[in-house]
Design a binder for this molecule. Structure first.
Ligand SMILES: [Zn+2]
Length: 435
């Protein structure tokens, strides 16, 4: 079983090279992309495959949301226009104390509905009740790297009785590599202000034992940065570097206040830098030094963060912000180019998450792909399809979404999710939590 898509414009990164192929043919077989190129001219019309006419359409790799907390859709528009610490400690943690695993399951499915319809095929999540997030991911057909956010400020030598780490290990054993490797599991010390240094080291050692990667919030606010200087005499990045965390493949979210030296350390350890422009702007945290990170050759990916600090899971807005805000604040139209923003949202995200055969339209890669309708007025005339992706595209232009070779969404119709049931249950959950 596969698909034969013809007459389409392919826009993809091929590792570090941008490729735009007009009038292309793309074929899939099973979960893989088996052909990408011009018309085949061998008479083959993709016998036995389902044909899709791509006239007026563009095919791109599925978007990778490299930092989010999907179940936080439940808290969308609940506590807005606050700084991170007030928002988190006075509002969000209080609701989170009352969340059940069932709430997290329905909140996750709501987030997945939103992500799929907007062309996001893969995401990197940090939350709790991760078994239920994994269950929702398995059902939705999406690809994800999941982790249990670990917090413990108690300073001690032995954390072998820590119930959170135990849960994280159970989740790892149950879900890592599940669903034909669509689901993987990382370990996630939440942040330096919610984890004692020895706790971070214990998590690091657990992740090393299981051979998986790390997902962590890093240097999100000036308060975190200055508290770190006062408490440890070093920046958050240096603190984590000295704890050995970056010896493992690490996804560092935010990095708003990292210094030049911090970025050198991140480069040395191949730490991925996740830019979350929408959330950082909304919480008033600042603007990450993305142009410097790019020039240093760091792998910069893109994320929405949770829907209650954004307030959506729309990667098109993040791409647009990433391509615009740095130009404005630096008065430099080359600060982040359109194709760099598109690269962050696709191949760089896949690399950050360790999904090395994801994020490119390329033979042998898994078929995680999105078809956009480029015949709408805001795309015309089409001088430059990459500019259109970064500056003009809307989530509502997404027409067809494939993950692992399977269509999850087509022309407004969800193929894997019972949307009525999800919306009914989300409503019920919110009545209990906020009613
Ligand atoms: Zn976050």
């Amino acid at each position: 079983m596969g698909y034969h898509i013809e007459n389409i414009t392919v826009v993809t990164w091929d590792n570090d090279e941008l490729r735009i192929i007009k009038n292309a043919t793309v074929e899939t077989e099973g979960n893989k992309i088996t052909y990408v190129g011009g018309n085949k001219n061998d008479g083959s019309k993709g016998e036995g495959k389902v044909g899709i006419d791509g006239t007026g359409k563009v095919l791109i790799p599925g978007l990778v949301n490299a930092h989010t907390h999907v179940p936080m859709t439940l808290m969308r528009s609940y506590a807005d226009d606050l700084d991170l610490h007030t928002w988190l400690f006075d509002h969000i943690f209080k609701i989170e104390d009352r969340l059940t695993d069932e709430d997290v399951y329905w909140g996750s499915l709501l987030g997945m509905m939103e992500m799929i319809a907007g062309g996001t095929t893969c995401f990197n999540d940090m939350y709790y009740f991760v078994d239920r997030i994994a269950e929702a991911t398995a059902e939705s057909g999406m690809r994800a790297l999941l982790s249990r956010g670990l917090t413990n400020n108690e300073d001690k030598d032995d954390y072998s009785d820590d119930y959170r780490i135990k849960e994280a290990v159970e989740t790892f054993k149950k879900w890592h590599g599940a669903m034909n490797d669509r689901i993987r599991v990382a370990f996630a010390p939440h942040a330096i202000y919610t984890c004692a240094p020895k706790y971070i080291r214990a998590i690091r050692n657990t992740a090393e034992k299981f051979g998986t990667c790390i997902h962590v919030h890093v240097d999100e606010t000036l308060k975190e940065h200055n508290d770190s200087l006062n408490q440890f005499g070093k920046t958050p990045v240096r603190h984590l570097y000295d704890l050995g965390l970056f010896d493992l493949p690490t996804i560092a979210a935010h990095c708003v206040h990292v210094t030049e030296q911090d970025m050198e350390l991140m480069k040395e350890k191949s730490v991925s830098f996740v830019h979350n422009p929408g959330s950082n702007l909304k919480l008033g945290s600042g603007i990450a030094p993305v142009p410097e990170a790019l020039r240093k050759g760091l792998n910069v990916a893109l994320g929405t963060d949770g829907a209650s600090s954004n307030n959506n899971l729309n990667m098109w807005e993040e791409m647009n912000l990433a391509a615009l805000i740095h130009k404005g604040v630096r008065r430099d139209p080359l600060a982040v180019r359109a194709e760099e923003a598109f690269k962050m949202a696709t191949v760089n995200g896949a690399k950050a998450l360790g999904f090395n055969n994801v994020g490119q339209i390329k033979e042998g890669f898994v078929a995680d792909m999105v078809i956009l309708n480029f015949s709408k007025p805001h795309y015309l005339p089409e001088h430059n399809p990459v500019s259109n992706l970064a500056y003009s595209a809307q989530a509502s232009d997404v027409e067809t979404v494939f993950v692992d070779g399977r269509i999850l969404y087509d022309k407004g119709e969800y193929k894997t999710l019972d949307t009525e049931k999800i919306l009914y249950n989300v409503n019920k959950v919110c009545q209990r939590l906020f009613g």
